[in-house]
Design a protein around this ligand. Structure first.
Ligand code: SF4
Length: 302
């Protein structure tokens, strides 16, 4: 198998593009996809530092690596969720990556802050672990970004994540979620840090190949709480479609982004936000979801 561009030996076959690339041309292609996402969607520029949320998995570490190669100023942010050995290994992968490249890293550990990990916090507040985890992550990404002066938080969500989310939203006809689903989530006039997903043009398989070719050591195990999560069922379904019809994920998600301009011609309205009386962050009431979660979990365990 030869590289379609330079005719050297190919290292990756890409059925969705009906092509194959050598290591050098593959890296050119992947960096270009991220550059296009950043510039076409006006995610950020080189004038301000970007806070990169890094879990220790392949997507977020690949994203950090690519942003450095593209010349962006970055700082990593790792949340240690307090899920036993899984969280310890995840943090160690992030720290090793940052140290090997001399990058700045902010870490925040739930056990150190609350004396509880995400599983205990979720249990005490009678919430599914992933739902509580989402609330906690949103709060800390936003709080740390605003406190430390980062206008933008970049996450490692890829094409598979976005297509699976879209499938889930469509199956339940979650119209408000469909309206908001986007590679860029606005800062709503400075209430939030802007959230961006520079890997949304790339499927998981290509990101995994990038990590292997660049010897990026990431945590391979999935989070233990992801067992039975619907997202994985959606991803498996989309993988089967992709196998039968290469490019299906791309067509599905990018078709949606195009249709969105017709279905929702104006940006979603900025919701009236109350500022939380405890933490000061915006929310739907005077006590935000994060503070309700923490109040309930500490009340149960104290
Ligand atoms: Fe959090 Fe659930 Fe993801 Fe684990 S699987 S990191 S608990 S959202």
């Amino acid at each position: 198998m030869k590289c379609r561009k330079c005719k050297r030996s190919a290292v990756i076959k890409m059925p969705r593009h009906n092509t194959a690339f050598c290591d050098v041309c593959f890296e050119d292609y992947l960096l270009k996809q991220v550059s296009i996402a950043i510039s076409d969607d006006k995610m950020f520029s080189k004038d301000a530092p970007v806070l990169v949320a890094v879990s220790g998995g392949k997507d977020s570490l690949a994203l950090w690596d690519v942003l450095i190669k593209l010349g962006y100023e970055t700082v990593g942010l790792h949340l240690n969720l307090g899920i036993g050995a899984y969280s310890e290994t995840s943090q160690q992968k992030v720290e090793t990556f940052a140290a090997s490249r001399n990058l700045s890293l902010i870490t925040h550990a739930y056990q150190a802050s609350y004396g509880l990990g995400i599983v205990e916090i979720a249990k005490a507040s009678v919430r599914p672990a992933c739902s509580a985890c989402g609330t906690m992550k949103r709060h800390h990404f936003n709080r740390i970004a605003l406190e430390k002066g980062f206008p933008v938080v970049a996450t490692g969500h890829n094409l598979d994540d976005e297509a699976a989310r879209l499938l889930g939203n469509l199956l339940k006809w979650q119209v408000p979620y469909l309206e908001k689903q986007s590679p860029v989530l606005s800062d709503d006039g400075g209430l939030w840090a802007k959230k961006v997903k520079p890997l949304y043009r790339l499927p998981e398989r290509e990101i995994a190949a990038y990590c292997i070719l660049n010897r990026i050591d990431y945590i391979v195990e999935e989070c233990p709480m992801s067992n039975g999560a619907k997202m994985f069922t959606y991803k498996e379904t989309l993988n089967r479609l992709e196998e039968a019809s290469p490019g299906a994920k791309h067509q599905f998600y990018f078709g949606f982004l195009k249709q969105k301009e017709v279905l929702f011609p104006s940006p979603p309205p900025v919701e009236d936000a109350d500022l939380c009386r405890t933490c000061g962050q915006p929310g739907q009431s005077t006590q935000c979801g994060y503070c309700r979660l923490i109040e309930r979990s500490t009340a149960v365990t104290s």
